[in-house]
Ligand binder design. Structure first.
Ligand code: ADP
Ligand code: MG
Length: 671
């Protein structure tokens, strides 16, 4: 058996099944073994049917008179049957699971577990899981549950794994850092558990293996980066001091330290690969401005990439303010830019020092004369290819220095794994005089009773308000109100206020116009979708209401909230909820804390790493076991990876490992 053989080489997997597997991302024998159960059903100690009580039950019996019918309502199909044991019988029902009608053979015995509850006036077992008794070791009673992919249901996969039971013994070792046989035992126990304890042991090893791969990928990325050459940019203390002295504020210590780390990096002949993390409002743009100025002083060009036109505009304005008097030629390139051809010619002629732009910067016809620094704001909003495009624009085979910025703080565990190839600077300090944002969860009633008066006070005091809506269009099914309807409604409540709306589908010129008028205070209440989420900087906006707050992730809510509290004025954020459900843990954490680093840790625990790694959440990273918050395991894997790397011959010896990590190397690198 070779792990990289097609799944078709396994017993019971024909071309048709292989096709279904392929759709589920299972192509090789290796993929097959690593398609781990998502859970385990416990069929231990079944109850006799005559004894069952409402609630979660396990029973053991044969099934008969099973059939499927269409319900009159909606697109529902109902599969019903009778389960019998020698003490009695009970009705069983599944919804939209037609395959159940064919799953069971009348002479065979099965375990069922699910809720026994009142349904249309009769007690039934509702949508239970099921497993064939003969397939389960009675002394263990555990049955793995797999994620279903189309017609590849859990029980089908379970049967195929059982067919290949003897193959597990042939699984070779992957890592030299654990006892021989650990891997095959772990995979075997994950699929054929003999106790919950052994399952945990198996999964711990598999998590370790995954972390090992991630960390090794990051370390190799780092080694590869160190082989590249970059222009050396010497530090000009005099001129930097002059620029800093000219600012209307003092740099925070965190800003000073970050800038110093960047200057040090750029002096080296290898490309900087640095992530600047700072909570919303911590002044990352200022740090990027210093780095840019340093490169430009030495005669080089800088490209500054922002994820949206609004943000590019804003960066353009702030950078012009900071750098214009220092002889820096700055330009803006977005989809809306006129005379693009001329501007691109100026860039390639070197007439522009600092070009700020959106994706429009990434087209093949944008060429640079001597690009030495790339700044990427909100780096997780760009895909790998997009970032690479820009990094390839440097002439002469020299790689540009890279400064990536993010306002979504990255928990330490992710820094060590997914982001292990980066250097990190942290702005853990807000500029002086900022007041913490008071955050409060409001029910529907409270919204009417207390929010409107607060909004009135705010606009009467000459300050401004953001009202965040979920949707651009009304959705009658979910009662989500669109920006437009919400605007109308608020106009009814505040007839004298200037209220406008903003969303991502508006024309760029229209959006710019609205943002411009909000910035200059001509709009008092801005009703918007999350397009305002990143970066928008209007210090006079001091109140934010977020409608349907429950529908957002923690990191995103924190980011949105960061649009207020940007000046010296006290600000508040209201999280509006509907219905009478208790607010989620997410919202309560947000109400308690304004510390982005703390919230990122909470988020990682509550939601897994997906949201933090932005674009990657759509499966690219595809981690089998979410182990990224287990710092102890991470530490162990880290130490072992270092040992592994001390013997360069390991790279040749452990071929399977190297194949596996190439995927991670491509996905997680910044360059
Ligand atoms: P971030 O991008 O990190 O969210 P910004 O760079 O947009 O933050 O900065 C937020 C605001 O703080 C801007 O208005 C900026 O001019 C201002 N600012 C930056 N650094 C300082 C500082 N050291 N002291 C006071 N204000 C600052
Ligand atoms: Mg910013």
């Amino acid at each position: 058996m070779n792990l990289f053989d097609s799944v078709e080489t396994l017993q019971g997997v024909g071309p048709k099944m292989a096709e279904i597997f392929k759709k589920a991302g299972i192509k090789t024998v290796r993929d097959f073994f690593y398609n781990l159960p998502r859970d385990y059903e416990n069929y231990e100690a079944p109850t006799s049917i005559s004894e069952i009580r409402p609630g979660k039950v396990v029973i053991k019996g044969k099934i008969d008179s099973i059939s499927t019918r269409r319900a009159r309502r909606r697109n529902l199909s109902v599969t019903e049957g009778i389960i019998r044991d020698n003490t009695g019988s009970v009705k069983v029902v599944w919804f939209n699971q037609n395959y159940r009608a064919k799953q069971f053979q009348p002479e065979k015995e099965y375990y069922f577990t699910g809720n026994f509850e009142l349904r249309n006036g009769r007690y039934s077992l509702v949508s239970p899981s099921a497993a064939e008794v003969a397939e389960i070791d009675p002394s263990v009673g555990l049955s793995p549950v797999y994620v279903a992919h189309g017609s590849l249901k859990s029980h089908v996969f379970r049967r195929l794994v059982a067919n290949s039971r003897s193959k597990f013994n042939e699984i070779p070792d992957l890592l030299p850092t654990v006892k021989p046989g650990t891997r095959k035992n772990a995979l075997f126990l994950a699929h054929f558990p003999n106790s919950l304890k052994s399952v945990k042991g198996a999964r711990d090893y598999l998590a370790y293996e995954e972390l090992f791969e991630l960390i090794l990928a990051a370390k190799l990325n780092r080694q590869e980066n160190e082989k590249l050459k970059a222009v050396q940019i010497p530090f000009d203390a005099e001129k930097i001091k002059k620029l800093v002295g000219n600012l209307p504020f003092r740099l925070t210590n965190a800003q000073r330290l970050a800038a110093w780390e960047i200057f040090k990096n750029m002096e080296q002949g290898t490309p900087m690969n640095r992530l600047l993390q700072g909570d919303v409002g911590s002044g990352k743009t200022m740090v990027a401005a210093l780095a840019s100025y340093e490169a430009i002083l030495n005669g080089f060009q800088v490209a500054f990439l922002a994820p949206t036109a609004i943000l590019a505009n804003q960066h353009y304005e702030s950078l012009v303010k900071i750098l214009n008097n220092f002889g820096v030629k700055i330009a803006l390139l977005t989809g809306a830019t006129k005379k693009k051809t001329e501007l691109k010619r100026d860039i390639s002629d070197g007439k522009i020092d600092l070009i700020i732009g959106t994706h429009a910067l990434l087209t093949d016809d944008t060429e640079f004369k001597n690009l030495a620094l790339v700044v990427i704001d909100e780096q997780h909003r760009f895909g790998v290819e997009q970032r690479q495009k820009l990094l390839l624009k440097s002439p002469d085979g020299l790689a540009p220095h890279l400064l990536a910025m993010t306002a979504t703080p990255i928990p330490r565990s992710l820094q060590l794994t997914i982001f292990g190839d980066l250097d990190v600077s942290i702005l853990n300090e807000l500029p002086k005089g900022r007041q913490p944002i008071a955050t409060k969860i409001l029910s529907e009633i409270e919204t009417k009773n207390s929010l409107y008066p607060k909004i009135r006070e705010t606009i009467n005091a000459g300050q401004q308000v953001y009202w965040v809506c979920k949707a651009i269009d009304d959705d009658p099914r979910t009662e989500t109100m669109s920006v437009k309807s919400r605007t109308e409604k608020l106009k009814g409540v505040f007839p004298k206020a200037k209220i406008e709306f903003l969303h991502g589908r508006m024309k760029p010129a229209e959006k710019d116009d609205i943002m411009e008028r909000f910035s200059s205070g001509k709009i008092q209440i801005l009703v918007s979708t999350t397009v305002i989420e990143v970066g928008v900087d209007v210090p006079n906006a001091t109140l934010m209401a977020i409608e349907n707050a429950e529908s957002y992730g923690l990191a995103q809510l924190h980011q949105l909230r960061g649009r207020v509290g940007r000046g010296k004025l006290a600000s508040s954020c209201y999280l509006l909820t509907t219905g009478d459900m208790r607010p989620s843990k997410r919202l309560m954490e947000l109400e308690k804390s304004t510390d982005g680093f703390y919230l990122a840790e909470v988020d990682l625990k509550l939601r897994g790493p997906g949201e933090i790694y932005g674009a990657l959440q759509h499966g690219a990273l595809d981690l089998r076991i979410a182990s990224l918050s287990d710092t102890r395991l991470i530490h162990r894997a880290q130490v072992d990876v270092m040992k592994f790397l001390q013997k360069p011959e390991n790279m040749l010896k452990y071929k399977e490992l190297m194949v596996g990590i190439t995927k991670y190397q491509q996905i997680t690198t910044l360059n």
